[in-house]
Design a protein around this ligand. Structure first.
Ligand SMILES: Nc1ncnc2c1ncn2[C@@H]1O[C@H](COP(=O)(O)OP(=O)(O)OP(=O)(O)O)[C@@H](O)[C@H]1O
Ligand SMILES: [Mg+2]
Length: 151
């Protein structure tokens, strides 16, 4: 059985939103509440655009009760929730897809968990095609909002 056959949650239909930080968190929590695992979500966008902020909101909505931290140093942060385990992975410092093996990438992908991946580009061809992509963009002239594209 493929590890990540899933339907895109209804909230993540092709959309194009301009959101403040609190709106982004609200959107993320709402998405988190609607997720049925297994699901792989990729979070793309430039440095500091809000990927971790959104990942943390999704975790909160999904029901993670552990303290939610940033995976920048650990690369992989694992949480538990009623519906499944949650992996929040930051691949920024991964230089080649080969390095994913040491992170336990293959086991994580088949774990039937909710998986949130920042900098998924770094995974190259080891990123499964079957995932929900979310992209964040800065808006020129508006430091408080971000463009969000999902699905
Ligand atoms: N509309 C917004 N949405 C999200 N974050 C915002 C928004 N406006 C301002 N911010 C700020 O932008 C920063 C986003 O930081 P965050 O760590 O989430 O980014 P990131 O994309 O994960 O960065 P990195 O590429 O280093 O992983 C936070 O300091 C947050 O307060
Ligand atoms: Mg981040």
């Amino acid at each position: 059985m493929p590890a990540h056959r899933h339907l895109v949650p209804p909230l993540a239909e092709r959309g194009h939103l301009k959101l403040t930080e609190s709106e982004l968190r609200e959107w993320g929590e709402h998405l988190g509440r609607s997720i049925n695992p297994p699901l792989l979500i990729t979070l793309t966008g430039e440095l500091g655009v809000g990927k971790t902020t959104l990942a943390q909101a999704i975790c909160l909505g999904y029901g993670v009760r552990d303290p939610i931290t940033s995976p920048t140093y650990a690369l992989v942060q694992e949480y538990s929730a009623l519906r499944s385990a949650v992996f929040h992975i930051d691949l920024y410092r991964v230089e080649s897809p080969d390095q994913l093996t040491n992170l336990g990438w293959d086991d994580i992908l088949v774990s039937r968990a909710l998986i949130l991946v920042e900098w998924p580009e770094r995974a190259g061809s080891r990123l499964p095609e079957d995932h929900l992509p979310i992209d964040l963009d800065y808006i020129v002239g508006d430091a408080t909002r971000r463009i969000l594209l999902a699905g």
